[in-house]
Design a protein around this ligand. Sequence first.
Ligand code: NAD
Length: 485
Amino acid sequence: MTSTQAAIKRWGAHDFRLLIDGRLVDGQPTLQVINPATEKAFATAPAASREQLDLAVSVAREAAGSWSRVPVSARRALVRGLADAIRGISEPLAELVSLEQGKTIGAARMEMVRAADSMDEIAAIDISDELLRDDQRGRVEVRYKPLGVIGAITPWNVPIALAAPKIASAIYTGNAVILKPSPFTPLATLLMGEAFAPIVPPGVLAILSGHDDLGPWMTEHPGIDKINFTGSIATGKRIMQSAAHGLKRLTLELGGNDPAIVLDDADPAVIAPKLFAGAFGLSGQVCMAIKRLYVHRSLYEPMVAELTRLARNARLGDGLEDGVELGPLQNRVQFERVLELIEEARAIPGARITAGGHALDRPGYFIAPTIIADIAEGNRIVDEEPFGPILPILVYDDIDDAVRRANATRFGLGASVWTSRPARGAEIAARLESGIAWVNHHVGTTRDMPFGGVKESGMGRQGHAIGVRSDMESQVVVLPPQVPA
Ligand code: NAD
């Protein structure tokens, strides 16, 4: 029996349960979870009913009141305890994420490190009240108070590393939180709930998996005060509409179409491996992956050649197998969408597919890493977010033109500049319209930084005091001047 077969057998027999009111409970056993490397269902997750959501919300509302009065130091200790709980089961969590998501076990292990570290980073952020002034006009304080109950909704690409900071931020700031993973990847999140159940006070955290109706039930639920969402732009807009009824607070982390600009002084051979990782890591299923590469004409052919070589040599396969660098796409819809975009690109006069351009001839949602050269804006593969292993490479002559084209989009998550002169890179990075801009790097944030998008890539930030305080409401308290005794 291979290690994958053994893992499938083990998790196929596991009894995954919802976390409500501090207890692990059954839901309807109707959520079939598919391993994208085989296209076969291997485990069943519970689907929460509307009544179970109502129960989770009502106990969360009750718990939030007393949890908000727990001192910050004790809340910080709990969040750190949750980080350690993830570390304690990081190997089973990584194996499950690899099985349900498709990513390599190495990438899944990194995800667990990031998830646990993000909780510690959040617990180190100062959320104390502020004194604005205390003088002859009076004393003015800003007090930060929790919102109440936060609904957290995550996508299928990085289930644990996106759930952990949402939970940490909500709990640390004194809220209760109800977390819903994607129906495509519910298992590791539910396993994390098993590890958290004995540590978290009842009601402060619920984890509910479910079908497509569960997310909308949450966004329209009158007992939920805020939605902290990571996912696609289209869903983000639906959530905003639904949240309008109760004027729910929102943090929206949405899709990206990140540009990377290679300046004329860069060395293609040196930067190619980092660019490749930034574009093709997790088979391109990363919100802040490089999705458009702008290369100065003087370096264009060498850059295309270096990336083509890396793409042709990448080893694809089942994420739990040794030596595999890239896994499959996570689901059939995504797989078919990416293949459609490739076929559209193939039909563009002059465009060159220099690597990949096809699915692998085996079961699973595998697409060979695809490089498309001699392509420009005005094509869907450049203008939209493919969320797959495709990189269009565009040529430019003038840096001002490259910056203008990089910014001419409704997206604005990340961006990067590649150069042998970092000071020049920093100046150009500052002109890019994005929530984060790197020099000689792309992908990766920590929660001591505020992370989020501009334009349609999102609203609000996660991490840093900016993000953490968005799980709170400010209240100004004005006191009269002290009369001298
Ligand atoms: P998605 O929007 O389809 O689903 C995300 C989550 O929302 C899932 O849990 C889903 O069940 C839920 N959902 C779907 N419809 C809903 C509705 N009407 N109301 C409430 N919840 C609903 O996204 P996906 O396909 O799972 O993920 C891929 C997308 O996520 C990409 O666009 C990617 O760029 C984006 N993403 C963004 C970030 C970021 O931090 N900016 C990180 C990862 C992924």
